[in-house]
Write a protein that binds this ligand. Sequence first.
Ligand code: AMP
Ligand code: GLY
Length: 300
Amino acid sequence: MRVLVVGNGAREHAIAWKLKTQNPGLVLFIAPGNAGTEQIGENVPIPQTDLARFARDNRVDFTIVGPEDALAAGIVDQFSASGYPIFGPTAQAARIEKSKGFAKRLMRKHNIPTATALITRSPTAALDYIGSPLKCSMPIVLKPDGLTGGKGVQIIEDRQVAQAAAAAMIESSKGREILIEECLRGTEVSVFAFVHGQQVSQLFAACDYKQLNGKMTGGMGAYSPPSIWTSQLAQDVREKIMEPVARALAAQRTPFVGVLYAGLMLTNEGPKVLEFNARFGDPEAQVMLPRLKSDLLRTM
Ligand code: AMP
Ligand code: GLY
């Protein structure tokens, strides 16, 4: 079998390594790949717009998409339209990651536990909200709507500083919304499932290390399983978060197929969603995929 893995991160190295370990006969292409994937398969440095042509010319049987930008740009739609089998959500389903406003509204509509938030593109509304102790308490979390590689979030203690930061974020968002969100306290955990429409696989969990000198990074290391991840918690997250969001996306005719990733805060009131992603986490994939007992290729 000939498989193409799209991406250039450690996540794609972990995916390629798992595929090759479980299926030594596999012919693997990684686009564009990295120094790690070069030791497992053939790195192909071609732009995303040429991947479908590459898949056709090289008789690729199956394509696996690692990163969110390719999913948001519609690579799954493009391959599917040409009849090439591919693993990952469509651009419409990947909006659960691409647009935080879309995700927040979907969660509200379906009673999925998450932080309260104001979604706005109005500087006046933002200043009024942050300025009012009745409407929000400090610290407050500011998030732009689009993809930011996990680095777009600001957590701010001071109301005036937060007002200035919100105004600046709205200005630089060029007409897109921002979220002004309640700061959740607790232990953070990343939860993953293979999802096919309304079907949700067994859940698996990891924690990553996010903050460097008080600033957000995309994650600098991870461990799995976390000791806080009990079967009771897994059941709770499945029933209150993963299955409802899978049902909600299917109900609006944008069913999710791929790896669904819920970034959760385990609060005193139970698990609440910080964000959804439409893919494996990086670095989480590096510690979870070695633990996976099922055949990754068959599952995908
Ligand atoms: P996001 O871009 O939404 O994935 O957020 C990146 C990181 O910011 C998360 O992994 C959390 O560590 C932190 N974060 C996001 N939203 C909140 C929140 N409402 N309360 C506390 N921390 C948050
Ligand atoms: N580790 C965070 C992410 O993959 O978004």
